[in-house]
Design a protein. Sequence first.
Length: 279
Amino acid sequence: MKKIDLHTHTDISDGSETPEAAVRLAKSLGLAAIAVTDHDTAAGVKRAKAEGEKCGVEVVSGIELGCGWHGSEVHMLGYGVDPDDRGLASVLDRIVRDRHERNVKMAKLLSDDGIGIDVAELERRHPGSVIGRPHFALCLVEAGIADSVKDAFNRFLDPGRKYYVRRHFLSLEEGAELIIAAGGRPVIAHPLQYKLSDEGMTELLEKAVSAGVCGLECRYSGYGEETVQRLLKLAVDYGLCPTGGSDWHGSHKPHISMGSGEHGELCVPYDYLEALMKR
Ligand code: AMP
Ligand code: FE
Ligand code: FE
Ligand code: ZN
């Protein structure tokens, strides 16, 4: 069976590796296809596709958008988006400006407590990348204030923690509309991450379907077979295509391996991609 990974992050957002390195890793792992799904940007897609052509890996254009949902956020993947789409570019520009303002506010809160993080320096160090809380987390680790990225989030950067600043989110409808207008297929990412009740999940999926979402990420790092079967049933019930991916971030999330998840539990068949792209 041909295996794929439809959820990966590069250093164009908060992954550790370049788009080219991500594709070369996919090749070395024997994956038939990967989607590059950076947070709020499709700027790595062309580079990944060029590398994919060189080494013989199918690269699917992708993006991952944060959408507001009841005071929290739900992530929406978009597959097949045109990275040059004007409408998409203009909304993403706005999101990056919002993020910059939010990053400045977080840096101010940190500096009030004597922790110096220079946003301008971060932006210089990661030219063309979408800068977010993961970059702050790495700074806190480098400064010896946190033991790991996870520890930095748990103690300082998660919602409700001292240095968290909420940013502006698109609504679910706006996210789906934007992806569809850019030629893509919207998919709800890692559905268990939102800790929804059964009723909450029903509400999310009903809203998602009416917004034009056409897929549900049923296979994901850490999801065991029982979970996967439950999600596959939900996908059938709501007429959604099942998708799957690891959410690989390279060394920034060292417990996740491309294509195989946390301990080999992840296996995403190529058929998922074919069915999704026919939608
Ligand atoms: P941001 O979009 O700047 O708010 O950052 C969100 C990103 O940070 C997510 O997409 C994850 O990649 C990462 N993240 C969020 N929460 C955690 C956590 N508890 N541990 C590790 N990474 C996290
Ligand atoms: Fe991330
Ligand atoms: Fe996500
Ligand atoms: Zn992701």
